[in-house]
Design a protein around this ligand. Structure first.
Ligand code: CP
Length: 309
């Protein structure tokens, strides 16, 4: 059975078969989303809590939409509107929410491993919507499904990931996913933003964007995560832009003519990516967001199946 698990916590422990199974269900969800009335009763009676203790535009709202499209009951809780501000622990907050007969807890938190911790303590299913710098599995799944629409078997696929790899849960989950699907990955950024653990991930490393761009099918651009840097890890933003910003001119000079561009958002236009690239015919950035709703519908359905019987 596809995704026969209580929780979805990371790409690391998913098999290629499980990932393919999530895509197959997501394709059925895309059919629902293509209808005039984009609603199915699939999750009627299922209750979902979205605990977002870090800001989010895409992930939170696509979970909310996925829940509405499948007729689940759901509510959102943020750090600023919860009793965490009064000193309540994360575990007490989650246990109180579970006591309200919540079936699935979707959590985003700044601490790596926070969703794994809750999954051990709760009988409700837990979905990791981003845990610090560790993993962002639903982002990787929507990225992989976006890629799969153009490269169905991932055969001979070459992807370059450019930017702040060190602080990126998106990069970590995506590299794990691309490795499982058989694609080859190059990472590129300033040496201070390329972590030492990268050597264990079987990727090619370059610090030179002009070497990262040629012969790739996809360039995946990452934001500089200033909020996770305790010290400045490169001399200035101006220097970062000079050496690493994905500009239209660089793309034209070094990348293949049928290159595709991805970015998980939020983008800092003019820093890691030029607007002319983000808004170009090469960009899959909004396709990623669109696919995210179907992926999250798929995951919520697969984790609820036992309760729906
Ligand atoms: N890609 C992503 O996680 O975006 P949000 O932070 O807006 O959810």
């Amino acid at each position: 059975m596809v995704l026969n698990r209580k929780d979805l916590l990371g790409i690391e422990d998913l098999s290629r078969e499980e990932i393919e199974g999530i895509f197959e269900v997501a394709e059925s969800m895309e059919e629902i989303l293509s209808r005039t009335i984009k609603k199915a009763p699939t999750l009627r009676g299922i209750t979902i809590a979205n605990l977002f203790f870090e800001p989010s535009t895409r992930t939170l709202n696509s979970f909310v939409l996925a829940e509405k499209r499948l007729s689940a009951d759901s509510f959102n809780l943020s750090a600023s509107s919860s009793s965490i501000l009064k000193g309540e622990t994360l575990l007490d907050t989650a246990k109180n929410i579970q006591a309200m007969e919540v079936d699935i807890v979707v959590i985003r938190h700044s601490v790596p491993g926070s969703s794994f911790y809750l999954a051990k303590k709760l009988s409700s299913s837990v979905v990791n919507a981003g845990d610090g710098t560790h993993e962002h599995p639903t982002q990787a799944l929507l990225d992989l499904m976006t890629i799969r629409k153009r490269f169905p078997d991932f055969k001979d696929l070459k992807v370059a990931i450019i930017g702040d790899i060190e602080h990126s849960r998106v990069a970590r989950s995506l590299i794990l996913g691309l490795n499982k699907m058989g694609a080859s990955v190059t990472v590129c950024g300033p040496p201070t933003l390329i972590p030492k653990w990268i050597n264990t991930f079987g990727v090619t490393v370059t610090y030179d964007i002009t070497k990262a761009l040629p012969e790739k099918h996809i360039i995946y651009v990452l934001r500089i995560q200033k909020e996770r840097q305790e010290e400045s890890l490169f001399p200035s933003m101006r220097e970062y832009i000079r050496y690493y910003c994905l500009t239209y001119n660089r793309l034209k000079e070094y990348a293949s003519p049928d290159i595709l561009i991805m970015h998980p958002g939020p983008m800092n236009r003019g820093i890691e990516i030029e607007s002319k690239v983000a808004d170009s015919e090469y960009s899959l950035i909004l396709d990623q967001v669109r696919t995210g709703v179907a992926i999250r519908m798929s995951i919520l359905y697969l984790l609820s199946r036992k309760k729906l019987k």
